[in-house]
Design a protein around this ligand. Structure first.
Ligand code: HEM
Length: 504
């Protein structure tokens, strides 16, 4: 049968047991066979075994063997004939493809088709592909074998935290219009490649299956030595994402010709956790060399730190690639200093795509960790030339801070915990402290001076689980800032050094 079909410029149909012509196109089919000297009986043999028997029975009912009506029709997609959806493909998988040419897709490329269509697809792309496919079928001569099989995978599609890749397996064009369609199709391919560039959960599922658990192992081991490092890792991710996006620039070391972000006063000497990322990277390189980016390791490590210190586990999208530029000078205009007021903070966060509410939510990260005395001593002594403390700071708290950070100290490394009660546990004490005028930085305490931010502080203080969920969502959003994906950037072999530089 398939040999006979070669050279017939119409869509091939399933041959029914009926000798009569059932669908309009079958007239043409019968005619073509007759031109080649075949009878209709010869053309139409027994019921196609690849056709689902219940479906075949209903088709037989709609298209009786002895009907003389040449205009009998059935919907191609019985469930949603007027809706452009994925049922065409689902039907093929259920052996309900109406035409042989439909069902053939399954028999000839079974694995690929199954993989291709058993996924949650990007609707626009699906509509596009379906329409092009229909047009192609109308245009193409069966002699010109068309195997247009987009191979999707949920992991690559970029929808619902996934992205896509697909391949076209052979395409032979037979008309001008078809060529145009193919050009359009390839434009869509390029578009899809850009869709593919999105981050996705489970990005390393196939390329480095244990990537996330390896990072978690490294973080867990580090926390066993020093629980405080969790705060460092959360802050590292924040400082990475706010400067040039989440592309690991904060991890790069300075060179003789360049002062890197980590050596800016905003980061040095307070930023910590670099050795945990190095350890995770070394473990990953041993398991899957050159696969997992430093930027992703940082995003995973921040999540693990949050979770392991009493936070809340959340899915981290991945697929970031590492940048090759890190400039200390860029930290000043991107990282918020602790002296900012609400408007300045709101503007800085809004520049990065966050709402004011998200800004208050993220500030709750100050529930863990330490601060160098330098970051707040201006509030303790001679505040704004008053020769006194910042009046918005609780006086008892100010006195204890003065003890920890004496005015005449020459030690540049003096630190205090930011949440005095539970400095290594994720909770909502940060917000409770603000309400008690015990916010360590002006940028913390100032949140009480604005009605909207004050209301957020109060609501977060009341709802630990609500805040944790919001925090997790905001962290996911932060992890998306100006990421490098696809073929941009690189995958560093050592998070401190640009690999491109090492190679050149
Ligand atoms: C709202 C604006 C923010 C300002 C002005 C600010 C400022 C600061 C400052 C001055 C320190 C102490 C640094 C030092 O030791 O001198 C600090 C520590 C910290 N910040 Fe922020 N921060 C802000 C937002 C955030 C955000 C959004 C996060 C994370 C999502 C974060 C996480 C942390 C953590 C965890 C620490 C403790 C780090 C450690 O113990 O190593 N901060 N922050």
């Amino acid at each position: 049968m398939s040999n006979l079909l070669r050279g017939i410029p119409v869509l091939s149909k399933r041959p029914f047991s009926s000798s009569s012509v059932l669908l309009r196109a079958d007239f043409q089919l019968t005619q073509r066979f007759s031109e080649k000297g075949f009878t209709q009986e010869e053309m139409v043999h027994s019921l196609d075994p690849s056709l689902d028997s219940t479906y075949a029975a209903s088709l037989k009912q709609s298209c009786p063997r002895d009907s003389t009506n040449p205009n009998l029709e059935v919907p191609v997609d019985t469930r949603s004939p007027t809706v452009n959806d994925a049922n065409y493909y689902r039907d093929i998988l259920a052996n309900r493809g109406l035409f042989t040419s439909d069902q053939t897709l399954l028999t000839n490329q079974q694995q690929q088709v199954k993989r291709s269509f058993h996924i949650d697809m990007n609707v626009w792309y699906f509509l596009y592909f379906h329409n092009v496919f229909v047009l192609l079928k109308k245009e193409i001569a069966p002699a010109t074998a068309l195997w247009l099989l987009p191979l999707f995978s949920a992991a690559d599609m970029g929808i619902k935290d996934t992205s896509s890749y697909y391949k076209i397996v052979g395409i032979m064009v037979s008309s001008k219009k078809l060529t145009q369609l193919c050009v359009t199709f390839w434009v869509a391919v390029l578009f899809c490649r850009s869709v593919q560039s999105h981050l996705q959960v489970g990005f390393y599922r196939n390329s480095c299956r244990r990537a996330e658990s390896i990072v978690r192992g490294a973080v867990r081991d580090a926390l066993r030595q020093d629980r405080g490092v969790a705060a460092g890792l959360v802050r590292l991710h924040f400082h990475d994402c706010f400067v040039r996006g989440c592309e690991g620039s904060v991890l790069l070391d300075s060179t003789s010709s360049n002062k890197a972000e980590k050596d800016s006063p905003a980061n040095y000497p307070s930023l910590r956790g670099f050795e945990v990322i190095d350890d995770a990277k070394a473990r990953l390189e041993a398991e899957c060399k050159g696969v997992v980016s430093c930027a992703d390791i940082l995003a995973f490590a921040a999540r693990d730190s949050f979770d392991l210190t009493g936070g809340f586990d959340y899915d981290v999208q991945a697929g970031r690639r590492d940048g090759i530029v890190s400039l200390a000078s860029e930290t000043y205009s991107n990282l918020p200093p602790p002296t900012f007021n609400v408007d300045q903070l709101t503007r800085r966060f809004s520049e990065k795509g966050f709402t004011q509410e998200e800004m208050v939510t993220l500030s709750g990260a100050h529930t863990i960790g330490n601060s160098n005395c330098r970051s707040f001593t201006y509030r303790l002594y001679n505040f704004s030339g008053t020769n006194s403390q910042d009046p918005s700071l609780d006086s008892k708290y100010a006195a204890s801070l003065r003890k920890s950070c004496p005015q005449d100290s020459t030690d540049p490394n003096l630190e205090v915990p930011m949440d005095t009660r539970t400095p290594t546990i994720i909770d909502v004490n940060y917000y409770k402290d603000i309400l008690a005028n015990r916010g360590l930085f002006s940028s913390d305490q100032i949140l009480l001076t604005n009605p909207a931010t004050a209301s957020e502080v109060k609501s977060n203080a009341r709802s630990p689980s609500g805040w944790k969920k919001k925090f997790a969502a905001a962290m996911v959003k932060m992890g998306q800032i100006e990421v490098l994906t696809g073929n941009k950037g690189e995958i560093r072999a050592n998070c401190r050094v640009i690999t491109a530089e090492v190679r050149s």
